[in-house]
Structures are given as C-alpha cells and as structure tokens.
Design a protein around this ligand. Structure first.
Ligand SMILES: Cc1cc2nc3c(=O)[nH]c(=O)nc-3n(C[C@H](O)[C@H](O)[C@H](O)COP(=O)(O)OP(=O)(O)OC[C@H]3O[C@@H](n4cnc5c(N)ncnc54)[C@H](O)[C@@H]3O)c2cc1C
Length: 398
C-alpha cells in the first residue's frame, strides 16, 4: 500500500466529504459527540445508516456481490478517516463486522439472502451471545445448551455482558450441542430471534450509569434448525473466525485520532486553563501520538492483507490490545485536563437526551463518563491478558 494518495483517491476523498456534508446533520453530530458508550444508540445510528445504505456504503469490508462497495483498502481507510473526522455515529459492528462476515463465509444461500440485506438496511439489530457467567476468557467451557428436538433446537442457559441485547431483535450465539472430550468440539453457532418465547433480558448498569450490557436468560427457547450456521459441532471454528474480525477487521485509528484531537483541543483551550502548557500533559499527548502512528501502520498492513483476500489472523489481537490501551490513555488525559471541574456537573444519562441547555460544552461534559465506560475496552472482545497470551504464542512463537 502506498502512503500517498493518487489523484483518484483524492477525488474519492472529496466525494466522501461531499456526501458527509450533505447527509450528516448537525443533530446527528451533536448526539454523537454526547454519546459516551462504545456503541452509539440505535436511534442515533438509524438515519445515518439509512443514508449510507442508499449510497451502498454501509459495509466497506464486504465483497461487492453481497452489497459491499468494492473499495480498495486505501478507500476504506479514507472513508473511515473522513467519517471519524466529521463526528459521524458509529454503526453497530455486530451485524456488519461480526456475524456478516461469518454468514458470507459459512452461511447457506438462504441465510445469506435473508440476513445480509437486513444487516445492511439496519432492519435487523444483532447482539453477540458468547460470554456466560464463568465462561468469558475460558469461552470453551460455556454451558448454554441446545438440544435437538425434531426441526428445532431447544436452548436453555444464560449469556452475560450482552451488549445492546435490549435493542437487538437477533442474537448470534455459541451453544453446547454435545459433550465431547474436547469441549470446543461440542459447540455450535446458532442464530436466535430475540422475540422468541422464553427469553428474558436483565439490564446491567455501567459504572457511568449507562445501560449498555445485559444478562440474557433462555428458558427452553425453540430455535429452528435452519438457524444453525455451518455444521453442528463446528461453532468454535466459526466463532473464532468472527473474533478475528471483531478484533482486527475494522479500522480504529481514525476514531482514536479524532478522540485525541478533541482532547488536544480541550487541553489548548480556556476550558482547561490551557492545560497543554504543563509539560507532563504535553508529553503524554506526544507519547499517545507516537503510539497511534504505530497502530495506524499496523492497521494499514492488515487492511492490505484483507484486500488480498487474507484473514486478519492472530495479529488482530495486537490491534485490539493497542487500540483499547490507546483509547484508555486518551480518555485518561482528557480527565486530567478537564475532569476535576466536571465532577460537579455530573447529571443524568444519556447525555444526548438532555433537552435543557448545558452549562458547559458537550465535549467537556462527556469526558468523565466516556473515561468510565472506556475501562471496559481492555476487557470486552477478549481481555488484554488474553491478547498478550495469543500474541506471545501465535505471533511471536514463544
Ligand atoms: C462492557 C462489556 C461488553 C461486553 N459485551 C459482550 C457481548 O456483547 N457479548 C459477549 O459475548 N461478551 C461480551 N462481553 C464479555 C467479555 O468478552 C468478557 O468479559 C471477557 O472475555 C472476559 O471474560 P470474563 O469477564 O469472564 O473474565 P475472566 O475470564 O474471569 O477474567 C478475569 C481476569 O482474569 C484474567 N485471565 C483470565 N484467564 C487468564 C489467562 N489464561 N491468563 C492470564 N489472565 C487471565 C483476565 O484477563 C481478567 O483480567 C462484554 C464485556 C464487557 C465488560
């Protein structure tokens, strides 16, 4: 991949900028800047996804035959960078970047025809049913059981930390369909309708007060066998394929760059009494800048590999680890820059729902809750300790 843009790529960048200027409303921008969770609320995302879908730009990583835009790696990079710079809402990755690639690779033609267009349009909202109480890092020990009964599986058990289950109408889940000596061999990948009888969703509140995650209970939930992806008992393989995309198939550094820019602006403004004048703050911002540049290059390398039709592979763990740590470093500086003055402004959430005038600028008000929610970045999608294990074994061969 060349690091300078060709005239065609510059034209493409202008096209993206024109599109954003025409379709991203000030209301969407404001709500996005007030959204402190890792995932934007679906109501905020819906109009933006509809605009992108009209243009065929929802799923930059999908092959053109399934509704992807057929972009090069550089075009994907340009698109993500421009959206982040402009403050566009973050589309939910669970359909587009997680279950979508699995269905494209392992789904039946019927599953592809039914689900893929609904992911693109946003008609279906997905959640990820992997973790269980006692089965997070040690995922292969999961116990939620699916027993075959005629044309159905009967599912019972519980999933936990399920992000946005309360907004989702579908879940992709790993379930136990048999007890094999090697636990991984008895796991299957199932698509579950969230409005099926027997499903209960219990909210779990985040430390910031936001409601993002849930515990989901299955009480003899009947799932048609047509909702099995691939072969029974091979779910572990599909689940791991999905995790590669979850951790490494996306582009995080443009979002991180936008977040860093925000904090740098705050540090240079009167809102923080020009905190950037303190050498410690200036030094930390510079260190993050260097870390971010390194991540950018690594992401560009992975994008190039994807472009050649390869999978992200275990290097996706490296990207996940560094992106989550850099995210936390940025939010921590943000708190040090403006945090103390803000604790007194703490009010109810979601901030985007506030209809009264804010006492301080939205960018400032969102700093502390964003920092608090960001603590989870080094846990979800696989904790940092687990990523380090994978890097040691599979990337470095230790
Ligand atoms: C905000 C949030 C959203 C989430 N969203 C989802 C979701 O949508 N769907 C879903 O399925 N899951 C979700 N998760 C779950 C997440 O993937 C798990 O929390 C994560 O995999 C860690 O598992 P655990 O919580 O069981 O912790 P444990 O595995 O019990 O780990 C506890 C600690 O021990 C460390 N540890 C464990 N094993 C090892 C080891 N072998 N070597 C070294 N250290 C080790 C861990 O790194 C961690 O620090 C979410 C979690 C959070 C916090």
């Amino acid at each position: 991949m060349s690091l300078s843009f060709t005239p065609d790529e510059l034209r493409f960048r202008d096209e993206v900028r024109e599109f954003i200027a025409a379709r991203l409303s000030p209301e969407m921008r404001r709500a996005t800047s007030l959204s402190v969770s890792f995932f934007s609320d679906p109501d905020l995302v819906a109009p933006w996804q509809a605009a992108l879908n009209e243009r065929g730009w929802v799923a930059p990583g999908w092959p053109a035959e399934h509704g992807g835009p057929g972009w090069t790696a550089t075009q994907r990079w340009i698109f993500e960078s421009e959206c982040s710079r402009a403050g566009a809402p973050q589309l939910s990755p669970m359909g587009i970047k997680m279950v979508g690639p699995v269905l494209i690779r392992f789904g039946t033609p019927a599953q592809k025809n039914f689900y893929l267009p609904r992911i693109l349009s946003g008609e279906d909202r997905w959640c990820q049913g992997y973790s269980e109480p006692g089965s997070g890092s040690d995922l292969a020990s999961l116990k939620t059981r699916a027993v075959r009964d005629g044309d159905h599986y009967v599912v019972s058990g519980t999933k936990i930390w399920t992000t946005h289950a309360h907004f989702a109408n579908r879940m992709f889940a790993l379930v136990r369909t048999s007890d094999e000596p090697r636990q991984q061999d008895g796991i299957s990948f199932l698509l579950i309708d969230m409005d099926s009888p027997g499903i209960t969703i219990r909210p779990i509140l985040m430390i910031s007060g936001d409601h993002d995650v849930n515990q989901v209970f299955f009480d003899d939930v009947r799932v048609p066998v047509g909702n099995l992806v691939g072969e029974q008992g091979r779910g572990w393989t599909y689940g791991k394929y999905l995790l590669e995309f979850e951790r490494g198939g996306g582009v995080n550094s443009p979002k991180l760059r936008a977040a860093l820019e925000k904090v740098r602006n705050l540090a240079g403004s009167d809102l923080s009494h020009r905190a950037i004048a303190y050498p410690e703050i200036a030094m930390r911002l510079s260190e993050i800048e260097l870390d971010l540049q390194t991540l950018e290059f690594a992401e560009l390398q992975v994008l190039s590999a994807l472009q050649r039709g390869e999978n992200p592979g275990p290097v996706s763990s490296l990207l996940k680890l560094r992106a989550s740590e850099i995210h936390q470093a940025i939010s921590r500086v943000g708190v040090d820059v403006v945090g103390q003055n803000l604790m007194v402004e703490e009010r109810r959430r979601p901030l985007a729902a506030l209809n009264e005038e804010l006492l301080v600028s939205p960018e400032v008000l969102s700093v502390v809750p964003r920092h608090l929610n960001g603590r989870a970045n080094t846990i979800f999608g696989g904790s940092s300790e687990i990523q380090r294990d994978i890097i040691a074994k599979q990337v470095l061969g230790l």
